[in-house]
Design a protein around this ligand. Structure first.
Ligand SMILES: *Cc1c(COP(=O)(O)O)cnc(C)c1O
Length: 498
């Protein structure tokens, strides 16, 4: 199986090469040249573990990997770092099936992909005979950064540099990142928002002069953002897994459709669901949930993607990992749904860069395809109300992102009456956002996120994920706040001082 760029007619790459490269030279994203079919019937996997299912899904996409190598990747990634019974958990509450993807090291769903990416990358480097050091450039809206740091810290032959928006992440998220240990890690706060971080990382990535300069020092770039297929593919596995488990539990029969509801930022997680669907998992509707930065809601409803400043401002919300206006992975959906029309995708993306909007209204296949997506959003207040209500009625504790999703799912049900069993992606532990969650369920007000975490624990008795304990007692190792313009210089300096 080869991978091609969404934007140009560049050479196709193997899976290993695409993982190393991250983003294509023409700024496009890699997609499989054909979306493969699952090599098994879901019902045949009943009784199998997460690892077993993930292994088969990964090998389907990365058929250039030896089975034993992939086994090593899967077994090393999905070990006791995950505290759930089987890597993730599925719990029923309020008529939906919550797929809890946050039982890893950093208490967010990013661990599902970022715990395996370093293994996929180092295996790929070996396969390609590359001995250069790989610098992982990462822009984060809060959760990717820490998950990538944990994944890559101490991994020989790699270095990782994380850029997060100063003031744009929760106190706990920040504490997780700035206390990161490891000789090969750098963390910078950037005076800007997530889109600034992501745009500049992409720019640096495609700057030939910087690439050449680092190559002199035997350093090459790769990416831990969901633009990397090594991030995307592991996420497909948990949708396949969920479907198998719903059969196993008798919620559905083999072949029955399900819905999936996903709190969406960069469109990576929900795109993985679309991949699972294309591989043969019968998904009826994709429910795409946004917070008040609802550019995706508007796009999926109208076909107009519009981030002109006069149309919408960027908002900091209580679900910061979804505070994103430029959803990178949407490009992959546009590519696939337009019948792989590279010219159209180029036009749209150029329009987005220069005019800050594009419309797909003239493309019939797209407007048709997008109907499979239901889109909605939750305001700040609605998010808190949903957390409070669900705790009170169901005794189920949700983080803010998952609450955004539950709210949109409830809207979907009342609008459509659709009772298809639905998997709601639960993307973070409530303890990552303890002040907002505490406020929602009536905890006493606190000065700091650390105190809020204590209060939340006292009130709910839900156990605190091990990755979030004692963060206030750890040494702060990364204090630098830089301007957007300084990002490039930090990258250039890599390899000189460490
Ligand atoms: C990253 C993240 C999201 C958004 O996921 P995308 O793949 O970017 O759409 C949602 N919730 C949480 C908690 C996250 O960390």
């Amino acid at each position: 199986m080869l991978y091609e760029s969404t934007r140009g007619s560049l050479n196709k790459l193997t899976g290993a090469q695409a993982v190393i490269r991250g983003i294509a030279e023409d700024k496009g994203l890699y997609v499989p040249e054909n979306l493969p079919k699952l090599p098994f019937k879901p019902e045949e996997m009943v009784g199998r573990s997460y690892r077993e299912i993930a292994l088969e899904v990964l090998l389907t996409f990365f058929d250039d990997f030896k089975r034993e190598d992939m086994e090593h990747c899967v077994n090393s990634a999905y070990d006791e770092k995950f505290t759930a019974s089987d890597v993730c958990e599925i719990n029923e509450a309020g008529g939906a099936h919550f797929l809890e993807l946050y039982h890893g090291k950093t208490a967010a769903f990013k661990d599902m992909a970022l715990s395996i990416l370093p293994y996929l990358l180092t295996t790929s480097l070996k396969m390609e005979g590359i001995t250069d050091r790989v610098l992982i450039l990462t822009a984060t809206s809060g959760d990717t950064g820490k998950a990538a740091l944990e994944g890559f810290a101490g991994v020989p032959g790699t270095g990782i540099m994380v850029f997060y928006p100063d003031g744009g992440v929760s106190q706990l998220q920040r504490a997780q990142m700035v206390t990161q240990t490891g000789d090969n890690v750098k963390v910078y706060a950037v005076k800007g928002n997530f889109d600034d971080c992501q745009t500049n990382v992409k720019k640096i990535f495609n700057d030939e002069a910087i690439r050449a300069e680092l190559k002199e020092k035997n350093v090459i770039f790769s990416s831990a953002n969901s633009i990397n297929v090594g991030r995307l593919v592991p996420q497909v596995a948990y949708y396949v897994y969920s479907y198998v488990k719903l059969i196993e539990r008798g919620v559905i029969k083999a072949g029955d459709p399900i819905n999936v509801a996903v709190p969406t930022g960069n469109f990576g997680n929900i795109l993985a669901a679309y991949f699972a669907d294309q591989m043969g998992i019968p998904i009826n509707r994709f429910i795409c949930a946004s917070n008040e930065n609802k550019v995706l809601t508007d796009f999926l409803r109208t076909g107009l993607y519009d981030i002109r400043p006069e149309v919408r401002g960027f908002k900091l919300t209580n679900s910061p990992s979804m505070d994103i206006l430029v959803s990178s992975n949407l490009e992959r959906l546009l590519y696939l749904m337009s019948g792989r029309d590279q010219e159209l995708v180029n036009d749209w993306m150029t329009s987005l860069e220069t005019l800050k909007f594009y419309t797909v209204m003239d493309s019939e296949p797209l407007m048709d395809g997008l109907k499979r997506f239901y889109a909605g959003y939750a305001t700040e207040e609605e998010t808190l109300t949903k957390i409070g209500e669900t705790w009170k009625n169901e005794h189920y504790l949700m983080d803010t992102h998952t609450a955004v999703c539950k709210k949109v799912y409830d809207d979907y049900v009342s609008e459509t009456g659709d009772t298809t069993p639905t998997v709601i992606c639960s993307t973070a532990s409530a303890y990552k956002f303890p002040q907002a969650v505490g406020e929602a369920i009536g905890c006493p007000e606190t000065e700091s996120g650390f105190d809020a975490l204590e209060e939340l624990n006292k009130k709910t008795g839900v156990s605190v994920p091990y990755g979030l304990r004692d963060l206030d007692k750890k040494e702060v190792r990364h204090k630098e706040v830089i301007s957007i313009g300084d990002m490039e210089e930090k990258v250039r300096a890599f390899g000189s001082d460490n």
